[in-house]
Design a protein around this ligand. Structure first.
Ligand code: FE
Length: 263
């Protein structure tokens, strides 16, 4: 008698439940968090073949990520970065050392090294699943959004929940970001679930429909948005001096002393 009652309760909650992890017959998704940099890492897998990718892994969390991959019986194929991060060192290089055969992926426009360089319109295939590559520059020149056919988009720092990434360094441009977000991300169906690279307020994900209505920056006019982004006066990122040189080499070079022996 318990099973029907439980399933009834779950179905009644579903309309109000925004999952941190989703799983259906085709795909498996898990959202992971690095508390130091407030970075979200995503483990996305094809349920049929168990082939998996990690999006925006953090070097400090590489062993955690590998443990999860192994516990779930997944085969990690690619470690992918939405952009050349300035606030943490990518886990790509360390993960390549921990899992044989893994390949790193980043945009050609980032100027960084990786096994696979991609650009707008490319597809990254893992098992019988794939993500499409959308070029969404503006936060940096090489920012990408990865779009999964189940209606999931991994937006990096182009679009955050009720926010967006800064545009004042790494070739950033508020005008370019505004155009990228509106033409490539907010033009997707309203039901598309958006998974950002960071969140600083405890929020986890959002939808195109929500951001079109409630994003306090991107709902402004293009001119107002450019003015607002130019007046943010944000502090210098605390880990930029160690992150950029390392990330240009896939997180494999110029690591700070606390990470010696990690590779
Ligand atoms: Fe960033």
């Amino acid at each position: 008698m318990r099973a029907p009652a439980l399933s009834l309760m779950r179905s009644s909650l579903l309309p109000f439940y925004r999952p941190l992890s989703t799983s259906n017959q085709q795909h498996f998704l898990r959202q992971l968090f690095d508390p130091d940099s407030c970075t979200y890492t995503y483990l996305l897998a094809d349920n049929t073949t168990k082939s998996a990718i990690l999006i925006d892994p953090v070097i400090d969390q590489a062993e955690r990520d590998v443990s999860l991959v192994r516990e779930l019986g997944l085969n990690l194929k690619y470690v992918m970065n939405t952009h050349l991060h300035a606030d943490h060192i990518t886990g790509s290089g360390r993960l390549k050392g921990l899992v044989e055969g893994v390949q790193s992926v980043i945009s050609r426009a980032s100027g960084a090294q990786a096994d696979v360089l991609v650009g707008d319109g490319d597809k990254v295939v893992f098992g019988s699943s794939s993500v499409s590559v959308l070029s969404t520059p503006g936060h940096t020149e090489g920012c990408l959004t990865f779009l999964h056919p189940a209606g999931l988009a991994f937006t990096g720092d182009a679009l955050l929940v009720r926010g967006c990434g800064r545009t004042d360094f790494q070739g950033g441009s508020a005008a370019t970001l505004y155009d990228s977000v509106w033409t490539k991300i907010l033009s997707l169906p309203d039901s598309t679930i958006l998974y950002p690279a960071h969140d600083y307020k405890g929020l986890t994900c959002t939808t195109v429909g929500e951001e079109k209505q409630h994003n306090p920056r991107l709902t402004k006019s293009r001119e107002e948005f450019i003015k607002l982004m130019g007046e943010l006066n944000l502090p210098y990122p605390k880990r930029i001096d160690e992150s950029l040189p390392a990330n240009e080499a896939c997180g494999l070079q110029d690591l700070p002393p606390r990470m010696l022996g990690w590779l």
